[in-house]
Design a protein around this ligand. Sequence first.
Ligand SMILES: [Fe+2]
Length: 238
Amino acid sequence: MHRTVGFVRAHARVVARATVMACATMGFAAAAAAPSGSKASAAFALPSLPWAKNALEPYIMARTIGFHYDKHHRAYVDNLNRLLEGKGAATGPIEKVIVESAGKADKTAIFNNAAQVWNHTFFWKSMKKGGGGLPKGALLDRIKATFGSFDKFKTAFVAAGAAQFGSGWVWLVEEGKTLKIVTTANADTPIAHGQKPLVTCDVWEHAYYLDYQNRRKDFLAAFLDHLVNWEFAAAQLE
Ligand SMILES: [Fe+2]
């Protein structure tokens, strides 16, 4: 289920398909051809982290990143490749796999794993060492215009992430020409709903429990105050 803060809405699949064309591929290679004579190759590779595993300390410890990236993110990549093996489905960017499997009961596992691969890659890029604080320029102006002030945006983002029941994600997205804070449950992702993500924070417990235990709000506050990569967010709007 995808939830825009304050209301629930259905999204036309035609919009989602358009997203594939508009959405950056985030460095995912299209399916690699299997070397001749080799066992079936992995169609999608685990993207590298954009920083060292200890780069986000003390806000996210290297041990957390280690489990999150090496176990969880890698498992989604491995599961996706296993699900697609021999089906000839991984012949394009991962965004295509996500949009084409969204909402299809017989492709739920493919959607969940592909979306989680994409979401995590986007999450890593949403953070940097020395991040947080205020965005600059047009992005700051748009956040102020949309939410009233940057502090009101922060309050709304933390509240939305904290209120996401169970596992999921909180995002700042652009839909049409409007900025919105949205949450998605489990693996769901804005790119399946015609929205352009700018930044995200993973609110699955595996993202923060080692460092924050049940204090999800503190994790979200640390994300905004010390980690969020506003240059990456601004680049998504260009
Ligand atoms: Fe995660």
